[in-house]
Design a protein around this ligand. Sequence first.
Ligand code: FES
Length: 122
Amino acid sequence: MSETATLKIWRGQDKAHGHWEIHQVPFERGQSVLDGLRWIRVHKDPTLAIRFSCINANACKECMMECDGETVYACTERLEAREMTIEPLSNKKLVRDLVTEIAPPAERFAVQGLTENGDPKK
Ligand code: FES
């Protein structure tokens, strides 16, 4: 049997009410954590929310998340044949699953009735 990586992934829309899911993904040396997450979306669960753009160019910074407690770029963090814990950034506003609001407030789209942080205006 070929090697696998085990990704323990935090899921949810609210940091206080999320849950963990464990997925086995095929492992090949040189793959990134983002490769593993994309494999899950294609083969197991298309609802897993992740964000990326440049894929391995390390230019867009869209794929930032926490891996084993460290902030990483998922597209450059190496996948390993062991259990890896993947969470959204703990210091950013959660959007869903592994996606957080990372754009500076001045660069975000304005939404009528919401503050720059996405909270309702008072
Ligand atoms: S996808 Fe662009 S830096 Fe990771």
